[in-house]
Design a protein around this ligand. Sequence first.
Ligand code: URA
Length: 434
Amino acid sequence: MNILDIIAKKRDNENLTKEEIEYFVNGYTNNEITDYQAAAFIMAVFINGMTKEETTNLTLSMARSGEILDLSTLSQTIVDKHSTGGVGDKVSLILLPIVSSLGVLVAKMSGRGLGFTGGTIDKLESIPGYKTNISIEQFVENVKNIGISLISQTLNLAPADKKLYSLRDTISCVESIPLIASSIMSKKIASGAQKIVLDVTVGKGAFMNNIAQARELANTMIEIGKLANRQTICILTNMDEPLGYNVGNSLEVIEAVNFLKGDMPEDLKQVVLNIGSYMLKLAGKGDNLEENKKKMLENIKNGKAYEKFKQLIENQGGEISFIENVENIPKAKFIEPIYSLKSGYIHQINALEIGKIACSLGAGRIKKEDSIDYQAGIVLQKKVADFVEKGEILAYIHTNKIEKLENAKNNILNNIKIEKEKIEIPKTILEIIE
Ligand code: URA
């Protein structure tokens, strides 16, 4: 077997065997296959696709490319969640303490943001002191002690995915169903998840731009889950506009804390409650989804979810005073309002463009090595379907780079569409596939 024949086979749209896929994954992980050969292979997959069988074999090979975490010493089924990515997506920060406060064990490894999408780890690291990089023993110990731990995926888990994801990002090959499905499911399998709830985002700020593609991605991941004996449920959610109001790392932590204290933007609330109700069900904490949502709301109201969030932050070294008093979280030097140029109803807030603008202000990485400005970002004041008066504030820009202000301001104005006609509030939960 050799890599040239494998590349040629995929280039010519032929199906690969399990052994050929394993040869590629192992060879690339061990640096025996070069980046340019892997790039050619990945581009061939991007263009010609993969069968379900090939995608499953790719997933399992990637999962086995490093350690597979054994969480069987924990006393419960581990239910994990993952999102296919979005703008303003602070769901994990909110949802996981809520379900933990209801007795679900949370042992979660999250990723960093890349490009226009944010990552939970960057958001957590915006809290001074919070350690995302702890040993596996400490991680398991934390889950045993307080029921929740959130860390970065620094362990030797699915190393093939780490290499392939970075490579895909540099050769415009992210938006591919077999590649996204294998990337997500290999990480979930390697990180010890026994049951999985996936937030499959759809729209302008997501990798899947329409519902048909999202359905196909969801069905592919569910199928892989079945073959790997991991029950998987997919919730398709709207990512045409940013989720909630705040985009940018510490700005999203502030919105998460406010949510846990009862200030809940409707779209964010829908995503949190729907994913959470399924997590509770899969963890054996209640079969009735509506009852589960009520329990989650109850633990927000009685402060238990917020207390669990504080306990998580404190237990991993974070400075709790910043959480107890979000006004003390350091802000960017320049906070600039953007005024509406006309009156009317908001028809569109383009999530992709808002994500890119936030990134240009310093909130995200253009390249993997870039450092992040935790304070940078955008705070929207309106959502789609809201009415705005001419001269009213549409959003605030937060940045430490004054030279970026003018451009960001014009770009934001160009990406919020205002029309005379009223429109319906868009649906947030588009479909649930079990
Ligand atoms: N999230 C992942 O973990 N992998 C992808 O390929 C896309 C989104």
